[in-house]
Write a protein that binds this ligand. Sequence first.
Ligand code: UT7
Length: 341
Amino acid sequence: MTTNNLPMITGIGYAVPGKVVTNNDLTHLYETSDEWIYTRTGIKERRVFASDDEAFELLRRAAEQAVKNAGIDKEEIDLIVAATSMPVQFMPSSSCMVQKLLGIQRNVPAFDISVACSGFVYGLDIAAAYIKSGICKNILLVTIDNCSRYVDWTDRRTSILFGDGIGAAVISAGSENDIPVIDIRADGHVGDYITMPAAKGNCPFVDQTPTQQICSMKGQDVYKFVANVIPSYITDDILAQHGIDTDSVDYLVLHQANQRIIKAVQERLNYGDDKVISNIEHLGNTSASSILIALGEGIKDGKIKTPSKAIICGFGAGMCWGGGVICLREGIFKQENIFQN
Ligand code: UT7
């Protein structure tokens, strides 16, 4: 019996801003060095949105690119989900902005999810559930984190890591399952590892001093948590538990948080460099968007061949994490739909 409500990933897109901030630029802000940052993280430079207008223009382009690659009309989209924890604006939501930016006329539902660097994996899980239930036929998932807006550029422990970027994907109902494994988890008990309290306003009726909204991180705690949890999560919970042989998957596309973490998982899987996708060197940690950007760039640069399969895994604030195995079908990212930044 064939079914037509399996989740197929039919198109992806991504966009990164033009403004580059190098490690050398950071040496003018505080005491640090290219060597320190590169050896600890694998990062050489990151990108930042020059303005809100640029961020929204890139959001439009990435989303349009995914829709074009999927080969559907934008009016066929019946749900928009945006994964964002560091949005350009809180209201209207990023997903409603996408609806407007793309000029989608139908009153399709649109909502944002806040799971930081796990945003793409959580978004895929939601999309797969809506497709399998028969509720939706075409879902547009975007990831947008304006990290440069929320990190403290006087804090050398966090501002070295993050960069801005956008990802997009269309998940459509079809006869093949492109998301054979997807799993999401959280442990709020260690939520204090990465925090960003909402900014305080100027309500005159309570004792309150206005504050900025700033992201802070206990880097060592995060590192230890990720190093303890993620490698075995991938080998045991994502692969072995689903009967998937490590060698049957073509690529590892991890959240781009730290090259040392990527390397640890690579060694655990015994994968050669050709199977591991990394863009942290030139983009830093783009939070919810990092996996989608790595997939798009990987295909564009010929490092990822399609059709193929990839292990994906995101992790970050919450602490939240999630992983899966996804199929990268041919045409998911067409060269003719690439735009120049
Ligand atoms: O996407 C969310 C997930 N996030 C992550 O996965 C991030 C995980 N954490 C990390 O990648 C690492 O913790 C960092 C790269 C952020 C930091 O590396 P670390 O080895 O954990 O450094 P640390 O914070 O423990 O600091 C070690 C030393 C300190 O000096 P003292 O106190 O020992 O004298 C820091 O002050 O390095 C100093 N330091 C720096 N020195 C030069 C911290 N940041 C810098 C810097 N440049 N940028």
